[in-house]
Each structure stands twice: as C-alpha cells, then as structure tokens.
Design a protein around this ligand. Structure first.
Ligand code: KDG
Ligand code: MG
Length: 402
C-alpha cells in the first residue's frame, strides 16, 4: 500500500478544526485531528510544508517507523505544534490500518477491556448557586462524574466559566483578550463551592475541579488539603507542570488525587511525575501528544506506577480525536475517565461520528478504523476565522509567570 496524497482541511463549524486526510492507492483514506486551539495555522504549515511531501509514496502500514521518522527525523523534537502534526499523521495511519483490516481501532490496540467509557461532564456557574444547579442538571442527564467551576465574588467569569447562556469557548475571535485573576479570592471560595456541592448533591457523584494552572505549588497544596473532606475524583492542573518537582509539595500535604497534562506533549513531561507517583491521572490527549503510537507508550509507563488515563476532551479537540480516544479508552488497561463536552450541533453537519452518550458513559459503534468521516463540501461552508485563547494577568496587572 502507498500514500498517494494527503491534505489539510480547515473549517469552522462553530469553532476552528484542522483535519488531516491521508489517501492511499487502494482507495482507503484515514483522518487525523490536527487542531491546536489558537495556533491552528502553525500546524497547517508544519504539515503542508514539511510532513505531507515526505509522506507521499510511503507505506502507511508501517506506523511505528513513520512515527519515529517524523519525531526523530526532524531533529527538533517535542513541542505542541510538532507533536500535534505527528499526532494527526499517526491517527490517520491507524484509521487506514483499521479500514484495511476491516476492524475497529480498539481491536488493533489489544481489544476491549470494557464495553463503555465512563465520562465526566462540565458544570459551570457564575456563582456558587448557579454552579450547583448546573451540576444537578448534569446529574439529571445521567452523568456519574461532573467537573464543577464557578465564579466568585469579584470574579464572575474566571477562565473557562462562560457567561449566562453562552457555550463554553475560551478562545475568542481575533487577538487574545485579557482576563484577571485573584488567587486569594479563589482560595477562599473554592472550598465553599465543594461544601455546597456535597451538601446538595450527596456522595453518589464523582466531583472534579480544574485549577487551570493558576497556583504556585504551596497554594495548590493548600487547595488540595482544603478540598480533602469533599472526596474529589481529582483536582486538575493545580500547578503548571513544567516544574515537575513542584508536585511534590502537593503530595506531601494531601491525598486528594491529582490530574495533569492537557498541555503536555511528550513522555518526558512525565518522568518525575510518574516515577515518584506525584499524580493519579495523566491528561495528554492523542491529538497534542503525538497520537496513538506515543500515548500507548505513555500509558504503559503510567501503568507501572498505578497512574491512569484521564484524557482531555474539551470541544476544541475535534470529533476525530474524541472517537480515537474512545477506542483507546476501551482498550487500555489503566483507563480512568474521559472528559466529554458535546460538540455543538453544527459540528455534526461536517463530521459524522461513531459514538453516542448514554447514562454517564460513551458507547461506540462497531466501525472499521476510527469511524469518523468528514463532509468536505460542508466544511467549505464554514471557513476558518482567527481565534485566540485569553492571556491572564493578576489583579495588579502582572502577567502570570507560571
Ligand atoms: O483550549 C483550551 C481548552 O481545551 C481548555 O481550556 C479546556 O482546561 C480545559 C479542560 O480541562 O477541558
Ligand atoms: Mg483543563
């Protein structure tokens, strides 16, 4: 089998998505997600200028060798743009292999370890009352795990908490907007939020919380300690993970489980975190972490240390990534949980998907490969528009430095 062509499809059904389509001489094609929120065109250029020319004529069945070719061959390893481009190629090649062998991707990854994938939903509110009501609404929809974020006095729209009647979408059109953050207000409010949640929702739901890298290690240790009585499933990104040793302080103070890694892209981002068992869940998604081939190695490394998957699954990752993640989640032994935010309806005019939500889990149809298709004509009706994630300043104007 030979790769004859590969193209990058950029579209904006409600938000920007970048999709790689790899075609072969046997008429089989594969899709990969290449969306890097706010930096979409950098990945497009990386793929079009450097990777696609080198893909033509290669045998798509040799996935491991092609992964190493693009990772090692560039000399410049790692980084979100590089790893997203490699991730898209890798996903597309696994999709081709599944279609060529007429079997779902999860079969190629060792077969099913479970029949369904536990997911967590998002519940956001501009204040504690609204957040509690949003969490109740998710539970009524059947979710067994809910991530809860709220605004608090002096900060009704912290990062990731949409305004009333707005969809979750931290990237805004054009250049970045500036948001402000006050850690001391946050540290006081977040235990109040979870106190209220446990009082009103009871113990029969997993509660999660995303700190969005806003704390220093000692502040994060304080949060982990203060939230201990509420038995969280995890706190996420309590600190920015570049300083892996920073997580030691959180562990020393608290047994609250920790998830990290949605902005990581390499197995080397995890060496201290895994070997010292400083986290419980790793979040690096297939799309930004070099694809299925690399994540298999990361998951195997994590499993040695009792660390489980908790893949990032926000709506800025395309349905191709979500479907591939569900295959991975079904197959991998050390699965933990999958983030699930449903895409807007308009996204499904462009992408047809093999998964469906039911009572707190995602189920997958028996389809060869990843099982997502893209309607290229429809995609043309939704052209790209530049959008950026916000920048963050402390309330005195200082840029965040971690
Ligand atoms: O592009 C940024 C989003 O993916 C991020 O804000 C979502 O933190 C996030 C999460 O946990 O889903
Ligand atoms: Mg997050």
């Amino acid at each position: 089998m030979k790769i004859t062509k590969a193209k990058v499809i950029v579209c904006r059904p409600g938000r920007n998505f970048v999709t790689l389509k790899v075609l072969t001489d046997e008429g089989i094609f594969g899709l990969g997600d290449a969306t890097l929120n706010g930096r979409e065109k950098a990945v497009v250029a990386y793929l079009e200028e450097h990777c696609i020319p080198a893909l033509i004529g290669k045998d798509p069945q040799n996935i491991e060798d092609l992964w190493q070719y693009f990772y090692r061959g560039a000399y410049w390893k790692r980084g979100p743009v590089t790893m997203t481009a490699i991730g898209a190629i890798d996903m597309a090649l696994w999709d081709i292999k599944g279609k060529a062998l007429d079997t779902p991707l999860y079969n190629l990854l060792g077969g099913k370890s479970r029949e369904q994938v536990l997911v967590y939903a998002h519940a956001n509110g501009q204040n504690i009352r609204a957040a509690v009501e949003a969490a109740q609404a998710r539970m009524e929809e059947g979710f067994k795990a809910v991530r809860v974020q709220s605004g608090f006095p002096g900060m009704s729209h912290p990062y990731g908490v949409p305004g009333e009647d707005e969809d979750y979408e931290p990237a805004q059109r054009g250049l970045p907007v500036t948001e402000y953050w006050d850690t001391s207000k946050y540290l006081k409010s977040v235990p109040r939020l979870f106190d209220k949640l446990r009082a009103e929702l009871g113990d029969n739901v997993h509660l999660l919380h995303d700190v969005h890298h806003r704390c220093t290690p000692s502040e994060a240790a304080l949060i982990a300690k203060r939230l201990e009585p509420y038995d969280l499933f995890w706190i996420e990104d309590p600190v920015s993970g570049e300083l892996q040793e920073g997580l030691r302080m959180i562990r020393a103070q608290s047994a609250t489980p920790v998830a990290i890694g949605e902005v990581f892209n390499s197995i080397y981002d995890y060496t201290t975190l895994f070997t010292e068992q400083l986290i419980n869940y790793f979040r690096m998604p297939l799309v930004h972490g070099g694809g299925i081939t690399h994540l298999q190695k990361v998951a195997a490394f994590a499993s040695v240390y009792h660390i489980r998957t908790g893949f990032h699954g926000a709506t800025d990752l395309s349905p191709v990534n979500l479907a591939a993640s569900i295959h991975f989640d079904l197959a991998v032994n050390n699965f933990g949980i999958q983030e699930y935010m449903p895409h807007q309806e308009v996204v499904h005019e462009v992408f047809t998907v093999p998964y469906r939500y039911q009572e707190g889990v995602l189920l997958l149809d028996e389809v060869p490969g990843i099982g997502v298709d893209i309607d290229e004509e429809k995609a043309k009706q939704y052209p790209y528009q530049m959008a950026s994630l916000p920048v963050n300043r402390k309330s005195d104007g200082t840029m965040f430095y971690w």
